[in-house]
Design a protein around this ligand. Structure first.
Ligand code: ATP
Length: 628
């Protein structure tokens, strides 16, 4: 008896049930024909040969057959055969595919998807077949790399394709030259998009693949463990885009020759970045640098990249160097605000917006604000991204002129970067997160530990949470018995206190323990859920003992140093006291001897010798003797 494998609803209009064994036993129930069905009967597909094998399955050249009346026609297609996934995840994946399929119909810069099928129990995505990819081109051409104009041209076409997907809220997550296909007009077409996202969370027989959301060499830091180091968002694709351009220009993929584990250590733990080649137009170099910012909020969006690449096409290549003719937006990290220009440009102020002075990143000191609250009454150069605004500030008669990089928009009392707590906790993720954006209507996007992508909802669902910044000391709350992440203990068994070293965009704290001596192989950083920790400072430590214990958290050398200093002081004191006693004994002995040996001594002379020395001298000698 055929056993039912999965029953999934591909679209409102399309339902099917699959039966194990011969996939042609598929029963489809088409409720309405108003929507294009993505389902392609496996019997209509004939696999010819395998084109390649990638992280997320094999790609086959195949023919799709159609019969109409007395003739049969076929055309070539590419078939992406996904790895075998667990039964229970089939319907989830098919649902995700359905949404992807309907969203990407009619997009120009991305590979056309014709439908989906199941061959030998594996899900197959049927796509348009292209003759080659940028990777193939790099392998073919002399020198193995593209010229700057070619890389810019492909880069523009690729960015346009990604932008189309982003406008439909689809993340690519697997940008690499082999997935940049080339059409008959030598245009770059984005292929294989969305596959990592389709597979995200699926159970594979191979557990390693389940947690990998891309190809290691091209993966952004947050892509390695999106639930822990996320969220993944549009800027995750900016990192992948940067990697593609670097490879096009150098002929080498980033982290060439390194294993996945080594790449993880370089990118995620050591915050290393792919190398950008020399000799690029400054605006292109700058935007690529931005693509490799560790914190995704500091990266440019694909629309920013497209803008820079297009303006750089106006540049001329002269004497081996670039002279920029266009107005490439060169936005370095602002030394005054600590944010990159890409970060600052994501939110554009409008007249009527409430604003306040922008806190430096990782700052917890709102009291230093020059403008605690103001209303935008004028934009000096509203067409330019880099200008001044006029603010109406309470208590000041005339509008104040402030550079917009120094301000942040406050909507319903919240600004991007604020720490928030969900009023109603959801067990799936931490209740405390960081606000990434707030729309003027109150819609918010928040990063939480435990969520791969941004949480979207309304500002009314939140209250302000305690904020943390780099350099602060934290310890697990005493009521946390099983923390989300591993946390070290002190010698006595109590939770150790660590210092915040980095804060991820989902609020995850990266904590170091300078108070604990670690050896080479030992892990020196730990992760913490902000909802599970409390601040430790001298002020909050009750009593001298606790304050001293907190001093030990600053560095593991504090205790041995203090012990050494104590021993040294005790030793010096011992020597001094011994010396004094010894000297007074000798003196006493001597005076006795003199008295007994010289009966003609002038006894008044002894009184003259007893003129007291200066008080300062005594103090000084004591100071030395006690080690002070
Ligand atoms: N629609 C297509 N038409 C023609 N060739 C394609 C198509 N899609 C992919 N390819 C090619 O098939 C080969 C294998 O692709 P595949 O996507 O499986 O591998 P990959 O890109 O190396 O890894 P991943 O699975 O991570 O995407 C690549 O050379 C790619 O260029």
């Amino acid at each position: 008896m055929a056993k039912q494998v999965v029953a999934a609803q591909l679209a409102e209009s399309f339902e099917f049930e699959l039966f194990e064994g011969d996939p042609d036993h598929l029963r489809t129930v088409v409720a309405s024909s108003s929507q294009i069905s993505p389902w392609i009967l496996p019997s209509k597909l004939k696999l010819r040969h395998r084109i390649g094998r990638g992280t997320f399955g094999d790609v086959w050249l195949a023919t799709q057959h159609q019969s109409a009346g007395d003739y049969e026609e076929y055309h070539e297609v590419a078939v992406k055969m996904l790895p075998l996934i667990k039964e229970e995840h089939m319907s989830v994946l098919l649902d995700k595919f359905d949404s992807l399929f309907s969203k990407c119909q009619g997009l120009g810069g991305v590979c056309s998807i014709f439908g989906i099928s199941i061959i030998s129990g594996k899900i197959c995505i049927i796509m348009k077949f292209y003759e080659g990819s940028v990777a193939d081109k790099l392998a073919r051409i002399k020198g193995g790399k593209l010229t700057i104009p070619d890389a810019l041209r492909y880069g523009i076409e690729l960015a346009q394709g990604i932008l189309e997907l982003h406008s439909k809220r689809i993340l690519v997550l697997n940008l690499k030259p082999s997935n940049i296909l080339i059409n008959e007009n030598d245009q770059a077409i984005l292929g294989d998009f969305g596959v990592p996202f389709l597979l995200l969370g699926s159970l594979f027989p191979n557990s390693d693949m389940a947690c990998r959301l891309g190809t290691p060499s091209y993966m952004a830091p947050e892509q390695w463990q999106p639930e822990v180091r996320g969220p993944i968002s549009f800027e995750t694709d900016s990192w992948g885009f940067g990697c593609c351009i670097v490879e096009m220009l150098t002929g080498f993929h980033p982290w060439s020759g390194r294993s996945a584990d080594e790449i993880y250590r370089s990118v995620v733990e050591k915050h290393e970045k792919p190398q950008i080649p020399n000799g690029l137009p400054s605006s292109v170099e700058n935007v690529l640098r931005g693509c490799f910012e560790y914190d995704l909020r500091n990266r440019p969006l694909i629309s920013d990249i497209l803008h820079v690449f297009k303006s750089s096409q106006n540049a001329v290549f002269s004497d081996g160097g670039w002279a920029s003719l266009g107005s490439g937006t060169v936005t370095e990290r602002s030394s005054s605000t600590g944010y990159t220009g890409w970060f600052l440009h994501k939110d554009r102020l409008l007249v009527g917006d409430m604003v306040r002075s922008r806190k430096p990143p990782n700052s917890c000191k709102p009291e230093n604000m020059t403008v605690p609250e103001g209303t935008v009454v004028g934009l000096e150069r509203d067409t330019d991204r880099d200008g001044f605004v006029l603010l109406r500030v309470h208590g000041i008669h005339d509008p104040v002129r402030v550079h917009l990089s120094a301000l942040e928009r406050v909507t319903f009392g919240l600004a991007a970067g604020d720490w928030l707590r969900l009023k109603e906790e959801d067990k799936k993720h931490s209740p405390v997160g960081i606000l990434h954006s707030i729309h003027r209507d109150g819609k918010v996007a928040v990063g939480f530990i435990g969520m791969e992508t941004l949480w979207e909802g309304n500002s009314s669902e939140f209250e302000m949470a305690e904020s943390y910044c780099v350099g602060q000391f934290v310890r697990l709350k005493s009521n946390v018995l099983s923390p989300r992440f591993k946390w070290p203990r002190k010698r006595g068994g109590a939770w150790a206190t660590g210092r915040i070293w980095w804060i991820l965009p989902n609020g995850c704290l990266i904590v170091k323990f300078p108070g604990i001596l670690t050896f080479k192989d030992e892990c020196s950083t730990f992760l913490a859920d902000p909802a599970e920790v409390e601040l430790v400072s001298f002020n909050t430590c009750p009593g001298v003992v606790k304050k001293y214990q907190h001093l030990e958290d600053f560095h593991w050398t504090v205790r041995p140093l203090l012990i050494a200093l104590g021993l040294f002081t005790a030793m010096k004191l011992g020597i001094f006291v011994g010396h004094k006693i010894g000297r007074s004994k000798v003196k006493k002995q001597q005076s006795n001897d003199i008295q007994s040996e010289s009966p003609h001594v002038d006894h008044n002379a002894g009184n003259r010798a007893w003129i007291p020395p200066k008080v300062g001298n005594i103090l000084f000698r004591e100071g030395v003797a006690t080690g002070r």
